[in-house]
Design a protein around this ligand. Structure first.
Ligand SMILES: [Zn+2]
Length: 126
């Protein structure tokens, strides 16, 4: 049985949909930025100005990296959205503990409790 009440689920769903809208906006912005930079790169190549070109590549890489992050979060939000009504939604994927509803509202894509998330970040730190 889930520890979440119907109201808890509604609150998490509202937070998730709000976050999803923000991430979608950021994806559109990052995609536009990536496209514009690629265009700037092409122009730079024609000018033969190598310093501008190098700068454009760096900005393009940053935009692409940001886009990657946003797409990753969007995927996690989508996974959470599809699982929202599942009986085990809101339980830690590692230890099975209930994830507090406040944590789910703050981070609707959270898949782990705070203890397991800290452990995960330590093991996957680079
Ligand atoms: Zn856990």
């Amino acid at each position: 049985m889930s520890h979440l009440t119907e109201q808890d689920r509604d609150a998490v769903r509202a937070a998730l949909m709000a976050r999803r809208a923000v991430v979608l906006d950021e994806i559109v912005a990052a995609e536009r930025e990536t496209g514009e930079t690629q265009f700037a790169e092409l122009l730079g190549r024609h000018n033969g100005d190598s310093s501008d070109e190098a700068l454009a590549v760096t900005i393009g890489d940053l935009a692409a990296a940001r886009l990657d992050l946003e797409l990753g979060e969007f995927n996690r939000l989508e996974t959470a959205r599809l699982r929202l009504d599942a009986a085990d939604f809101g339980q830690c994927g590692e230890c099975g503990e209930d994830i507090p509803v406040a944590r789910l509202i703050a981070n609707p894509a959270a898949q782990r409790c705070i203890v397991c998330q800290a452990q995960f970040e330590r093991t996957h730190a680079h």
